[in-house]
Design a protein around this ligand. Structure first.
Ligand code: DC
Length: 248
């Protein structure tokens, strides 16, 4: 155990912080966020899973992906729950959409393909952002996504933006799939990453970008465990500062 690990979990337990981690597809934010939330004993919310759940249900129901009204109505009515894993099959958490377990379904290639256009829909964002804000207000939460530091928790105690080149991110995603025994085509993954970056960062509502007060971590030349160390150190510093302010 490193020094910062002890500090993070000990002091983190006594503080009610909000931590925002944003970044493009496959920047490592889910892996890092999940591990650190667990160490802190904080709620972990991967907001991408919520956009994916809406996309999956829209595809299942055969909705027109260009029909903003239908997508918005779906996002308002769909009950999305993200809970502790429960099942031991490599999942980080369980995602329920109207009670149905869609944890693995939302990782399907067709969801990958349509989730960016669906999440560019203003009504979908309004519905999901509202739910995310309510969760953030409870504190003790680590949320990951694209607009957490800019829109969902603009007053977060710590904002981190994890970045990496499209090639490095595509390679990470490729290796993840190979490790899980899945078929993977590096070129196809790369072009999907580039396409999603373009849609996510050029959309009108809540585009992907680092908040002005976010700390940008370039992870191109770092392993996951090195990124973990950097982020954990930042969290430890935030916790220490917060403890000084509150006298805890
Ligand atoms: O992190 P991910 O790849 O699971 O996210 C899937 C999509 O959801 C991503 O292409 C953009 C969208 N998204 C978003 O617009 N805002 C968020 N806070 C999280 C995800």
């Amino acid at each position: 155990m490193t020094g910062s690990e002890a500090t993070t979990s000990e002091v983190g337990a006594s503080q009610s912080l909000t931590i925002a981690i944003d970044g493009p597809a496959a920047s490592g934010k889910s892996t890092i966020g999940g591990l650190l939330a667990e160490r802190l004993g904080y709620l972990y919310l991967d907001t991408g899973a919520m956009y994916r759940a809406v996309t999956w249900v829209a595809l299942e129901r055969g909705l027109d992906i260009d029909d903003e009204e239908a997508l918005s109505a779906l996002a308002r009515s769909l009950e999305i729950e993200i809970t502790r894993p429960g099942v031991k099959d490599g999942r980080q958490y369980t995602v329920l959409a109207d009670g149905e377990d869609v944890t693995w379904e939302i990782r399907r290639p067709d969801v990958d393909r349509y989730v960016s256009p669906v999440s560019a829909c203003a009504g979908v964002r309004r519905a999901l952002t509202g739910q995310q804000c309510r969760i953030a207000q409870r504190g003790r939460v680590l949320m990951v996504g694209r607009d957490i530091g800019t829109v969902v928790i603009p007053d977060a105690d710590l904002k981190i933006y994890l970045d990496a080149s499209p090639e490095v991110r595509a390679r990470r995603r490729y290796l993840q799939l190979v490790e899980r025994g899945k078929e993977a085509d590096y070129e196809r993954i790369l072009s999907n990453v580039v396409r999603r970056d373009r849609i996510d960062s050029q959309r009108e509502v809540a585009p992907l970008k680092a908040a002005e007060d976010a700390i940008v971590v370039d992870t191109d030349n770092l392993s996951i465990s090195e990124v973990l160390d950097v982020v954990e150190q930042l969290i430890a510093e935030t916790i220490t500062d917060a403890a000084k302010k509150t006298g805890a």
